[in-house]
Design a protein. Sequence first.
Length: 367
Amino acid sequence: MSYVFHGGENKRGRNRISIDIVVILIIVVFFCIRCIVVLNNYRERGAYAYVQLLNYCMPVVEELNYDASDYAENNLSIKNVILQSLGLYNLSFEDIVSNELTVFAQINRTITGAVANNNSGIQPYEINSNSIAMITEEENEAIAKESPAYDESLKKTLDEANPEVLIYHTHTHESYYDGGNVDEGYNYNTDNNDYNVVGVGDVLAKELQDGYGIAVIHDKTIHDTSYNDCYGRSNETVSSYLNQYGDFKLIIDLHRDSNSNRQAVTAEINGETVAKVMFVVAGNSSNYSSNTQLDNKLIEIINRLFPSLLRSTNIFVYDSGINAFNLNLSNNILLLEDGSIANTAIEAKLSSKYIARVIAEYIKNYT
């Protein structure tokens, strides 16, 4: 008696299906890892992609808790995460050809330097000095000279042992449009202090100390290595200073806004082009009343002395700020936006001298 077995073909079919599933799982795992890398490397407040995903999965949460205004500055949507993970974000014809043809990529470097093709082949890549952000001598002179905002009558004897003002930066790398570095979300960021908020803080601190005799601690700790955790890091920084010195007369988290409308963020004051300023509070701060009272006192001084310096006489309120923007740490803390991505660093620095005058007036009359 003979037997005929037909199971071999089915077994091979099952093996092929199993291999297909394994390959698909590997692709999915690598894609998920890539998505995580994109999210972790992205400097953006609010974790917008996570919020979108939660809204899609749980519409009730979106209906009850979601406020679109809290994410007005965010660019990293689920769509952008997927495109960046697949390497398809912001592609152009030139990008595709450059990736495939190295020669074309070198020829196409019109910003950073020309590459010539002669009989000996392609010349080595050279940096064009005109493409590097540099503070000009004229700009240095503008910063160094006495500001029209300065009032010598407000100057007092400096007591460095008792600092009155703390300046820090939750978003330490926030820069202005002449800084030259734009990340994947078109946010201006650089570690070059000539062009970021740290450099603006330097000018503000120097004007307060040298011009008005107000002792300042300017903390330059980098808090935004991961955008989603930066307020937690700056919380630790401010808390350590409060433990060491007690409270300050003013604590300033100095930022740069993301408004791209240059007309809305720029003013002419005393013949100088300066960046406008804006005050921000978190609606979920336990010190909300004190925060707004402080901001309104400063707004009143600005409105009296330099009204065009203000973007608005109203305080910008985020209903639910991350960590309440740390504004619950003190009654004397504020979040100040000096200019935006539409301003130059020099405009923000000149603006900081007007801010110094306002702070000197505030400390003299309100503290």
